[in-house]
Design a protein around this ligand. Structure first.
Ligand code: ASP
Ligand code: MG
Length: 558
């Protein structure tokens, strides 16, 4: 069982975790803990302050106050003294090495594991504090690569002498090199500690306790309709990890794949919920998730001089690799007249410089017209297998007038990438998610006017919502109501109480603000229903005033 920092936060969090461990202890279990709350960030911050010569004493006090809140019995006097001395040394020299940083950062996990051991002992559970620096060994010269043979040997030895009714509480994240110096496994490294131990010990499963219900079909902060995923294969989870679903790093999953050990993502605040299980079988075919990478750039090289020439691509990619720039997506027309590829935005200007230098001659002779860079782009990735996912996604984006800069379908068909503008991202993710998952389409309505016609309209839409979903797979959602004085913004849709809510709204009926609010909301399929006689609103229609007149004319004729 591995518990993350947010699960171990003071208050409910920590108590829940103790309950969970206590319950699980009837079977042989090993516990790996992260630093509690945001302790690691605070330690990093302390180092930064010390290295700038800024005062750190108060923050250090706060840090220890936080650590000691769970029980007055805990005293970390020695830790406090040593940490204070280390920081003092940094503040004198105004610099620190990676080795010293690792030593400082280790305190988060050391204190956390000691605290939890102590609290469980107080509850009468047989526990033992275990310093993972005795177990996991990383390479020399600052390399964080784990030396598996040596680590496995130490882990097995330790567990062999451990009494089976004792629950070891092991520090995550930290290790040591062969000389015994403290090292770390990188941020979020406790997950890796847990999967490594599981693999060495042939565990039945890994439970990864966090503060979320599991992995979602999309980032729930971006997509209202995101659903929790029950089952994923290691490979799908890995794809998701590559795309910034920050739960599991690829290297974390690797130790599990080899031994086919399943891992479950569970919510320590709701321990009865089933979470997401990742194993070798998964749930079979089907789209699993839509995820995003922000802030990428498209670089394109075009020119008639490139047609059919051999070696251009090789020159492009070796030039980029010399400056260590990684290319995320590549697209080339079969005519070979141009090539486009995606790099991280932070690398874009260096990439352009390097390529302009590489193709100096071609540029001079106009064999290449230019090395162009489009910034502010994002990748949307559709992960999982589905025959029509690409078509559906493209159709949805086109309908919503979202431009795609690049489209890529992986050879295995399990990974589709679409490049859109950062500005369109919120909407685009919703559109794509809805297209590939949602049987129910949503039409988001902003209703102008609440008079007899306008008010009845809203009441009817709200009143027939369920019926329309059932019969037409369409959710009509009134996400906004505007009258002459104010407007109401409800991205999840208004209910029957919309009149009172509108009255209470503090948002002024300002067309500029209204436009900004709804356009920036990421809501897809947004339509304006104008039940007013206002001329001003007509001027803001997407179609021009004349076209509107023509529409009215048609209606009359009908
Ligand atoms: N405490 C470390 C971090 O915050 C390791 C972890 O939480 O897994 O990065
Ligand atoms: Mg953490």
């Amino acid at each position: 069982m591995k518990f993350g920092g947010s699960s171990l936060d003071n208050g409910h969090g920590l108590q829940n975790c103790l309950d969970i461990i206590e319950k699980a202890a009837s079977e042989p279990v090993a516990v790996v803990v992260s630093a509690r709350g945001d302790s690691t960030d605070v330690l990093e911050n302390l180092l930064l302050r010390a290295s700038r010569g800024d005062a750190f004493a108060e923050l250090l006090n706060d840090f220890f106050h936080y650590q000691m809140v769970p029980s007055e019995k805990l005293a970390f006097d020695k830790e406090k003294r040593v940490l204070g001395e280390l920081l003092f040394a940094v503040s004198l020299t105004r610099e620190y090495s990676q080795a010293l940083k690792d030593r400082v950062m280790a305190y988060g996990e050391l204190i956390s594991a000691k605290t939890i051991t102590q609290l469980l002992l107080q509850r009468g559970l047989k526990t033992l504090f275990v310093d993972s620096r005795e177990l996991l060994v990383t390479g020399v010269n600052g390399s964080r690569k784990v030396l598996h043979e040596e680590s496995e040997k130490r882990v097995l030895q330790f567990f062999k002498q451990l009494s089976p009714d004792t629950v070891p509480i092991i520090t995550g994240f930290i290790a040591s090199d062969m000389k015994g110096n403290t090292t770390t496994l990188g941020r979020n490294g406790s997950n890796y500690t847990a999967t490594l131990l599981a693999s060495y010990l042939n565990a039945r499963e890994v439970q990864n306790w966090t503060n979320i219900d599991g992995i979602y079909t999309a980032d729930p902060r971006m997509v209202e309709d995101a659903r929790k995923i029950e089952l994923l294969t290691y490979r799908e989870a890995n794809e998701l990890a590559n795309f910034g679903a920050n739960i599991l790093h690829a290297k974390t999953i690797l130790p599990l794949i080899e031994k086919q050990i399943p891992i479950r993502i569970l919510n320590s605040f709701h321990p009865d919920r089933p979470g997401t299980t990742i194993n070798s079988e998964g749930a079979g075919k089907g789209i699993k998730a839509v995820s995003v990478i922000r802030d990428v750039s498209l670089i394109s090289i075009e020119g008639r001089g490139l047609m059919g020439k051999v070696g251009i691509d090789a020159r492009i990619f070796s030039a980029l690799s010399r400056v260590n720039i990684s290319v995320r997506m590549i697209s080339q027309a079969s005519s070979e007249r141009g090539i486009g590829f995606i790099v991280n935005e932070a690398d874009a200007s260096v990439a352009r410089d390097i390529l302009e230098r590489e193709f100096e001659n071609e540029l001079r002779h106009s064999d290449i017209s230019a090395v162009r860079v489009n910034n502010d782009l994002a990748i949307i990735a559709i992960i999982g297998r589905h025959n029509y996912a690409l078509e559906k996604a493209i159709a949805g984006l086109r309908k919503n007038r979202i431009w795609m800069y690049l489209i890529n379908n992986s050879m295995s068909g399990e990974h589709i990438s679409l490049v859109v503008s950062n500005n369109d991202l919120a909407k685009a993710v919703n559109v794509v998610h809805n297209q590939v998952f949602g049987a129910v389409k949503t039409l988001n309505i902003v209703a102008f006017g609440k008079g007899t016609v306008g008010g009845t309209f809203i009441d009817q839409v709200v009143g027939t919502l369920e019926e329309i979903i059932r019969e037409r797979h369409l959710r009509l959602s009134v996400v906004g109501v505007v009258d002459s004085k104010r407007f109401l913004f409800r991205p999840k849709g208004v209910g029957t109480g919309w009149r009172d809510e509108l009255k209470a709204s503090s948002l002024p009926s300002d067309l500029g603000l209204i436009k900004e609010t709804f356009a920036g909301s990421g809501l897809e399929n947004l339509v304006l229903a104008d039940n007013t006689a206002s001329r001003e609103i007509v001027n803001h229609y997407l179609v021009g005033g004349d076209q509107v007149k023509a529409c009215f004319h048609k209606i009359k004729v009908m």
